[in-house]
Design a protein around this ligand. Sequence first.
Ligand SMILES: Nc1ncnc2c1ncn2[C@@H]1O[C@H](COP(=O)(O)OP(=O)(O)O)[C@@H](O)[C@H]1O
Ligand SMILES: [Mg+2]
Length: 269
Amino acid sequence: MGNIAIRTVNLGKLFYLNQKKRGKLRETLEEKIRLSLKHLFTALSPDAKKNEKKHPFANKHIWALKNVSFEVKHGEAVGILGHNGAGKSVLLKILSQVTKPTEGYAEIHGRVGAMLEVGTGFHPELTGRENIYLSGAILGMTRREIKTKFDEIVEFSEIGDLLDMPIKYYSSGMQGRLAFAVAVHLEPEILLIDEVLAIEDISFKEKCLSKLKEIVREGRTVLFVSHNMDSLKTLCNRAILLERGKIVFDGDIKKAISKYLSGNPDAKL
Ligand SMILES: Nc1ncnc2c1ncn2[C@@H]1O[C@H](COP(=O)(O)OP(=O)(O)O)[C@@H](O)[C@H]1O
Ligand SMILES: [Mg+2]
C-alpha cells in the first residue's frame, strides 16, 4: 500500500435533482403546494404522467459518479478531463471529504490540500486571515507551523487589504486566488486542484501554473482538473476522462486529450 496515494473503489454519488445545488433543501410552503398540485394534476391526467416520463429530469436523480475506480501513486500528476457535468468537481469533493460518496469508498494516504470550486472550503463569515488558520488547522498543522507559511500565502494570493474582510465579500476570482495560495503553501502531500477558471487574471494564472509545475517536479501527488489542454500536457503524463460520471479512459495524457476533443467517448484511439 505504501506507494499508493489515492485509491477509489466503485465510487458512486447520487443526487436528487430537486436538491438545490449548494443550498440546503428548503421545502417552503409554496414548494409544498406546487408539488401537491402537480401530483393532483398527474393523478387526474394520465397524459401528464406520460409527458413527465419523457422529461429528462423525470426520475429526479442523477448519478454524478458511478463505478469510479482508479489508483494514483505517490508522485504522479494526473489530469481529470471531462465536459461540464461529467463529475470532476464531485470527485474532487469526495476525495477532499467535503462530501460523502453514496457507494464505494476512497482511500487517501497523505495530507490533502485542495482548491475546490469557488465557495467550497472557506467559511464565508470568517476573514481571509481566519480562513488561512482554519485551513491549516484542518490539515493538522499547529498555529506556529501555519504562521511560518502565512506571509507567503498572503503575498502569493495578492489579496492585499482584503485579508481582514470576511470571505463573503471577496469576488470569485479573489476567493480562487486565496484558495490556491492556501492549497499549495500548506505543504500538502496530495494536491487536488479544480479548474483555476475562477481566476481570470492571465498573469496570475501563469503564476499558479508555474507553482504547480514546481510542485510536480518536487514529486508531490497532484490531481488537476482543467479545460486547458496545454497546461494539462505540461503538468501531467496521465489523465482520467470522465463522461457522465463514468471513467471512459485512463492513461496517456495525449490519448486522453484526443479522445476528449473528439467528443465521442467511444472513439477509437
Ligand atoms: N449538490 C448537488 N446537487 C445536485 N446535483 C449536483 C450537485 N453537485 C453536482 N451535481 C450534479 O452532478 C453532476 C456532476 O457535477 P460536477 O462534478 O460539478 O461536474 P463537472 O465535471 O462540470 O465539475 C452534474 O450533473 C451536476 O449538476
Ligand atoms: Mg466542475
